[in-house]
Design a protein around this ligand. Sequence first.
Ligand code: SF4
Length: 239
Amino acid sequence: MKGKGVNPSYNMQAAVDVDSRMVVGGYATKNAVDSGELSTVLEDIEETTEGKNPKVLSADKGYEDLKGLQELKEREILGYIAQKEEKSNSCYPLSSFVYDETKDQYLCPQDKPLTLSWTDKEGKKRYVGTACTDCHMRGECLTSKNPSPTSQRSISVSPFLPLRNEMKERMDSEQGLQAAKIRSSTVEPVFGTLKYAKKLRRFCFRGLNMINSQWKFELAALNLEKIVKFRISKQLRTA
Ligand code: SF4
């Protein structure tokens, strides 16, 4: 797995149903980060549950991925995924610019327009400033280290930006805070139990297929244990 160098390691995924606390998906991946895994997690849940789709899904901010947001929308899943803070070396990050839908242009905090320059094949749009050369804020606003006297500020806007903004609003709501709390008591314990209680610190095999098999086996064993505990406690309650 590529991380800090290349290591013989894998990234483990798991999905847990809130009501039953049963694991409903999980696999091993060579992707060093969780970003980009949301689609595969959803496919995995679908396979494990024979075609079911979650109505609500909560994941940590590592899963922040614009295409994943699109997938949630297409599958009509209400998602709760914290969004990373936008990094910018400008005093005016992208969130400071206001979109004018009628003209398909942005207005900067100095009320100057940035017009559409080009759109790439994935729908990402680039808007370029039209009045930056005389602006008193150009020193703080322009992102290039050595701007020329004719440099203009530009911003790149993903077609999924509205979905990200919606997600940010949802995460700031009371429901967003609740979803984060619930996640820490559902999926996090799976990793805690396997790593610390079951002492699964290393895998017994090599290669993605074998690691994947062992991980699925461990998750299935965890599910069986939950079923057994549930049945015993039910019998005790009945008795
Ligand atoms: S440099 Fe351009 S985009 Fe930035 S504040 Fe000035 S006019 Fe607006």
